[in-house]
Design a protein around this ligand. Structure first.
Ligand code: GRG
Length: 297
């Protein structure tokens, strides 16, 4: 059955609720965690993000025939790693942002030291969660390896390091794609692969999810760049116009706005094509890809 935009909106609302309840539960760190650190962790983690990566974990599991609840710890773990990366990205030494998810960024609300430590604590908590809440232990180990690889020096952290040097580098579309493949794409792929692995997906099913994730991750980032040019700051909950203002490479900057929009359409079509073999359970992932292309936040 086709998923209309209103049924997708309902499904996303329910998934976010399920994820937020689990994040709330998993981020209570008792005994020994200093109050201000615990507060900073929960302030950033429970702030109203889109929860796209955890949603991908749950939908990938469902698309491969497994109840989404089983994938909830992995969904929360990837959101924790994502949240750590946002906290650290906002620091003065990196992107120096005062606003995140519509609120003062973590270091503005608390202080730099607490923000660094809250990020560190979220990163380590994610692996604690995977190793204690995913069963059997072999599956937990595979999930830990998957997330560690995506968040590590070759992917998320390496992409961030290259991006920070961006203004000095050669402005080229392939270089831009490579940075985003590492900063955004790798975490999308890890989300989908962990969901698939928890559902005991076949190799062919994992290949479909990976192809979908590669196209979706890039589409997401092109839209992110387009929103940085023409988006609404209040709706996005973060500063707009900052990339162009800093001379950073962006898709609209390199290709123009219209060609960037065409690229998004092509990528979303390719993403939907990639998961056709998962029919009949692929429809929500398809609808999600269309939502990502049309999003305004
Ligand atoms: C500090 C290791 C380290 C990495 C930082 C996340 C990141 C890497 C940088 C943030 C800047 C940026 C444009 C990253 C690309 C990925 C991206 C668009 C992140 C924001 O993700 P959303 O829009 O955020 O899903 P919410 O708040 O909705 O979860």
């Amino acid at each position: 059955m086709p998923v209309t935009s209103s049924t997708l909106a309902d499904q996303l609302r329910q998934l976010r609720q399920q994820i937020d309840l689990a994040l709330d539960r998993y981020s209570v760190i008792e005994e020994g965690c200093p109050d201000d650190l615990g507060e900073a962790i929960r302030y950033s983690l429970l702030a109203p993000g889109k929860r796209l990566r955890p949603i991908l974990v749950l939908l990938a599991a469902e698309a491969c025939g497994c109840p989404s609840e089983r994938a909830l710890p992995a969904a929360c773990a990837i959101e924790m790693v994502h949240c750590y990366s946002l906290i650290h990205d906002d620091l003065p030494a990196m992107d120096d942002d005062d606003l995140r998810r519509g609120r003062p960024s973590c270091h503005r609300q608390f202080n730099e030291a607490i923000a660094i430590l809250a990020g560190d604590a979220l990163l380590t908590r994610a692996f604690e969660l995977l190793s204690t809440e995913i069963h059997p232990p072999q599956l937990a180990a595979r999930c830990c390896a998957e997330l560690a690889k995506a968040a590590g020096a070759r992917q998320l952290i390496g992409g961030q390091a290259d991006d920070l040097r961006g203004v000095e580098g050669k402005q080229h579309i392939d270089r831009l794609k490579a940075i985003h493949q590492r900063k955004t794409g790798a975490m999308f792929l890890a989300s989908l692969r962990m969901g698939g692995m928890i559902a005991e997906a076949s190799t062919n099913q994992l290949v479909s999810l990976v192809e979908y994730g590669a196209k979706l991750g890039l589409a997401f980032q092109v839209v992110d760049d387009l929103l940085d040019v023409g988006g609404d700051e209040a709706r996005l909950g973060k500063r707009v116009g900052k990339d162009a203002g800093r001379g950073k490479m962006t898709f609209p900057g390199l290709l123009g706005v219209d060609a960037s929009r065409d690229l998004v359409k092509r990528l979303v079509d390719d993403a939907c094509h990639a998961i056709a073999p998962l029919a009949p359970r692929q429809t929500t992932l398809e609808a999600l890809a269309r939502y990502v292309a049309e999003r305004d936040r």
